[in-house]
Design a binder for this molecule. Structure first.
Ligand SMILES: [Cu+2]
Length: 121
């Protein structure tokens, strides 16, 4: 997967340089629920990650690291192309971090993380 993306970049890179007007930005996180460094209630919650460009949600990934430093892959809802990644998880109180990795429609993968706190019930 990584080498495929690398090859894609090698092929697409010069094309994008030649056509600056056609160059699309890769996906950058615009906003999220919960917000970075924000607070959310415990229990079942919908998570939302909104990007500046369209992404292939079927080839994007979310993980959640819980207060015990356990990291699990969490489900990404749907499988289509859009600006938003959605997930639904059961959150326990404490410090948590969602790490996102998304494939933008321009073929570039970007990553980031959103740390937040879950309130005790
Ligand atoms: Cu890009």
């Amino acid at each position: 997967m990584a080498s495929f993306v690398l090859r894609l970049r090698l092929v697409l890179g010069p094309m994008l340089l030649a056509l600056p007007a056609a160059g699309q930005a890769h996906a950058i996180l615009v906003s999220s629920e919960p917000a970075a460094n924000g607070t959310v209630a415990s229990g079942p919650q919908e998570l939302e990650f909104r990007f500046n460009s369209r992404i292939d949600s079927g080839r994007s990934r979310l993980t959640l690291t819980d207060p015990d430093s356990q990291t699990v892959v969490i489900p990404v809802a749907g499988g289509g192309v859009g600006n938003v990644l959605l997930s639904k998880v059961d959150l326990k109180p404490g410090a948590q971090t969602v790490r996102w990795q998304v494939l933008a429609v321009d073929g570039h993968i970007t990553r980031g993380s959103v740390p937040f706190t879950v309130r005790a019930p």
